[in-house]
Design a protein around this ligand. Structure first.
Ligand code: C2E
Ligand code: MG
Ligand code: MG
Ligand code: MG
Length: 282
């Protein structure tokens, strides 16, 4: 942006930027009716217990089945939803779809906890915890089957509001994990004041642990500190067996990543789990 002599600020874009900006706006426009048009899809990715190799829950990840552009991953539209004020509706849809799935699954012995991602906006919303409680009651789902993942940056944006919401969520009986840990400049000892059950170390630290001594040191000390504070530690973005072995050696509790499974439609999770258990048995 540049200020002209008249004092009016004009934005100068290159052609490429202009195109990106235009497609962002078009996408934002499409997003407005996406929930009503039933275009969102619930995907999930299993979390693996590194001691036993068994599945220990799954994280739900939203996808947008765009009529022209195909399946769009969360990374490409969640920020847009946040900027356009649509994120509340996306979160409601995801929570509802997650509980709807858990409702059917909780009758079975092999039911797993499902984790829903929340945005900063959701945490700031004073009625968030009440909405969660209402939804749990409406679906008749046991609260211990539901988890929430909140990014470190969302928590420290407005720590007082976040703390209030987290306490109320904990009162509902759900678990809370800190997501993308290490990317938001908050130390674990600062996060100690938040009622959280575990931390997920960001994939940017996990991917290079075999070759990068600094990333390895950060991961090792985060696992130690997390355990010293009585928290579960999860590694995200595990793509190869050597990384997984290294994390297991360091006592990391759970891991998630393409090594175990790509995100899949949630309906496929029970079958994936059955096949996974069979694979362990042989
Ligand atoms: P996240 O919660 O940290 O989720 C992990 C992201 O990494 C997901 O991208 C997942 O598909 C991807 N991933 C999983 N395993 C691997 C791996 O081994 N390697 C690599 N390179 N990537 C891996 P996705 O689904 O595009 O989601 C991106 C972010 O969008 C999420 O990061 C989360 O912050 C947000 N998000 C996803 N679903 C929701 C949702 O329902 N609501 C909200 N508010 N945010 C969501
Ligand atoms: Mg997450
Ligand atoms: Mg994460
Ligand atoms: Mg992430």
């Amino acid at each position: 942006a540049q200020t002209k002599p008249g004092g009016r600020r004009v934005a100068l874009y290159t052609n490429a930027q202009q195109r990106t900006q235009a497609s962002r706006l078009a996408l934002m426009g499409d997003l407005f009716g996406a929930v009503e048009r039933d275009e969102l899809r619930l995907y999930c990715q299993p979390k693996i217990d590194l001691r036993t190799g068994r599945i220990a829950g799954a994280e739900t990840l939203v996808r947008w089945a765009h009529p022209r552009l195909g399946l769009i991953p969360a990374a490409q539209f969640i920020a847009l939803a946040e900027q356009s004020g649509m994120i509340g509706r996306v979160t409601s849809w995801v929570l509802n779809a997650t509980l709807g799935f858990l409702r059917g699954w909780q009758a079975y012995d092999d039911v797993q906890t499902l984790a829903v991602n929340l945005s900063a906006h959701d945490i700031r919303h004073p009625a968030m915890a009440q909405r969660v409680q209402n939804q749990l009651d409406a679906w008749g789902v046991r609260p211990e089957l539901l988890q929430f993942e909140l990014t470190e940056s969302a928590l420290i944006e407005d720590p007082d509001a976040a703390l209030a919401t987290l306490r109320r969520l904990k009162d509902c009986g759900v678990e809370i994990m800190i997501d993308d840990y290490g990317t938001g400049y908050a130390s674990l000892s600062y996060l100690r004041q938040f009622p959280m059950d575990g931390i997920k170390i960001d994939q940017s630290f996990i991917a290079p642990i075999l070759g990068d001594v600094e990333a390895a040191a950060i991961v090792r000390s985060t696992i130690a500190l997390g355990h010293a504070l009585g928290r579960k530690v999860v590694a995200e973005g595990v793509e190869c067996r050597n990384v997984s072995n290294c994390l297991a050696q360091q006592g990391c509790d759970l891991a998630q990543g393409y090594l175990f499974s790509m995100p899949m439609p949630i309906e496929e999770l029970p079958r994936w789990q059955a096949a996974h258990i069979k694979g362990l048995a042989v």
